[in-house]
Design a binder for this molecule. Structure first.
Ligand code: ADP
Length: 480
């Protein structure tokens, strides 16, 4: 197969430019340089993709689960064969260290293999009937044409996590990738094409004008479901827009994850877990710890150990050997981190590590640890989405739970303790869709990923992830 660098949109199985050959630049966040010019689609291309998806749906839904499973498995295998090339492409438009990019390729591919397996387990039911002369049968059917709107922080995985179950269920899907990272989406489509995904089953509509393309998807009565990953604000907007045509919704929105360190925790495990949870992807994940709550008795020791570990993180372009912290994705992301640090400093925060833009300039910010954080600081209720660890102090388990739950969102939560009874108690009381105990990285294709409260609706991955793309049809056989 030829190169994975594609610049045209992928609609109905064809590589197409946008009307009047409009294009938009894709930047390398490590250098600020333009690395590609990609088709800038509008409503017309979105509508074409929907029409192609509707045609393809008629035949794709009629394939056997085994046929769909084989296509997904081949797609997974091709991703892994091209892992290094995909990782480099990902790093060049997204900025994460190459080691993390390789990890994302494998993680993204795992959703294709997982749903290749789940495709064959979309069982219905035969229910004992309410009458002697009847049979009650429950069928599982694909939802139909799906729209996916995805973010830039995991440009491959956030797509396969939707495309995998959609295809497994027999749905067809139109993907609108984030404007910062369209190249990964197009590379994925190229591999899907080679794996035998039929024309129109997956389309990728690249654009820098999200409202127009997504608006067309949301208005269309043909599109029966939206799966969105991104900010809570945009999620609410799309939820409102989807009301008009009553679409099924899966929403993975923002988090404001608490990470609690109890005094009985293993200090090394807690520091390692915090580093992994907070500084992965330079702090740009929706499950990154955003508020670190530390029990008074261990506060100073933990703070010093964390600061020391953070000072050792190498800040460098993702392609540099040993890079641990890449650039932030764009100016807006960088400005938010600066604002949070300045606000925390002004409100009495003590900087134990970092605290400044990095000396190499551009979008690099020093990984930062701030002690004496308080609920009045902006970083207490806004997701920083950057390399800033803010340490709050608490005295009792009840206080920790109260602080942890004092947020409108509830995606992930973490805590560190060696007390078994406390582990159960706290896990039960945390208002979150996912809880990590003595562990800072919890995402895996085998477990249901998703949040409660304003963090969203539905789950991705796991058996639950397939259900999101299935409708239930009840059939009564009467007069038997
Ligand atoms: P983030 O803060 O992670 O960039 P966004 O919610 O802004 O989160 O972006 C997630 C996805 O939603 C991206 O694909 C983006 O293009 C899209 N998006 C952003 N704003 C809108 C909007 N007003 N209408 C439709 N899609 C949008």
């Amino acid at each position: 197969m030829d190169t994975l660098w594609q610049h045209e949109a992928f609609i109905g199985g064809a590589w197409r430019g946008a009307g009047d050959l409009r294009r938009f630049p894709v930047l390398d966040p490590a250098t600020g340089e333009t690395i590609a010019e990609v088709a800038d689609c509008g409503e017309a291309e979105a509508e074409a993709a929907i029409a192609e998806a509707a045609i393809a749906y008629e035949s794709w839904r009629g394939t056997t689960a085994l046929e769909r499973s084989r296509v997904l498995r081949r797609w997974h295998d091709l991703m892994m064969e091209r892992q290094e090339e995909l990782a480099r492409l990902l790093t060049s438009e997204q900025g994460k260290p190459l080691a993390e990019a390789r990890g994302e390729v494998a993680y993204a591919a795992s959703f294709l293999s997982w749903f290749a397996e789940e495709a064959r387990r979309a069982y219905g039911q035969v229910v004992p009937a309410h009458r002697a002369d009847a049979e009650v049968v429950v069928l599982k059917e694909p939802v139909g044409v799906v729209a996916a709107v995805t973010p830039w922080n995991f440009p491959l995985a956030m797509i396969t996590r939707k495309v995998g179950p959609a295809l497994a269920a027999g749905c067809t899907i139109v993907v609108k990738p984030a404007e910062d990272t369209p190249l990964s989406a197009l590379a994925l489509a190229r591999l899907g094409e080679a794996a035998g995904v039929p024309a129109g089953v997956v389309s990728i509509v690249t654009t820098r004008d999200a409202p127009s393309v997504v608006g067309a998807l949301m208005r269309s009565p043909t599109v029966r479901k939206l799966s969105f990953t991104g900010s809570t604000a945009t999620g609410k907007l799309l939820m409102r827009q989807s009301a008009e045509t009553v679409k099924r919704l899966s929403l993975e929105l923002g988090g404001n994850a608490p990470l609690i360190v109890f005094a009985d925790a293993d200090l090394d495990v807690a520091v390692r877990g915090t580093l992994a949870s907070k500084f992965r992807n330079t702090g740009q994940t929706c499950v990154c710890a955003n508020r670190i709550l530390v029990e008074d008795a261990i506060y100073d020791r933990y703070a010093e150990a964390l600061a020391e570990a953070v000072r050792r993180l190498k800040v460098a372009p993702g392609t540099v050997e040993g890079a641990a912290q890449g650039p932030l994705i764009n100016r807006a992301g960088f400005a938010k981190v600066e604002r949070h640090v300045a606000d925390a400093r002004a409100k009495g925060g003590r900087i134990l590590a970092g605290g400044q833009p990095d000396a190499q300039g551009g979008l690099f910010f020093q990984p930062t640890v701030i002690a004496d954080a308080t609920p009045e600081m902006a970083l207490a209720d806004e997701e920083t989405f950057g390399p800033v660890a803010a340490l709050f102090r608490f005295q009792t388990e009840d206080e920790a739970i109260r602080l942890a739950n004092a947020t409108e969102t509830g995606l992930s939560a973490y805590f560190f303790t060696r007390d078994l009874a406390r582990a159960w108690r706290v896990a039960r009381r945390l208002e979150a869709g996912m809880v990590g105990i003595n562990e800072g990285v919890i995402s895996t294709e085998v477990a249901p990923f998703g949040g409660v409260k304003q963090s969203g609706l539905g789950r991705e991955g796991a058996a639950q992830g397939l259900e999101e793309y299935l409708e239930t049809k009840y059939v009564l056989f009467g007069g038997l």
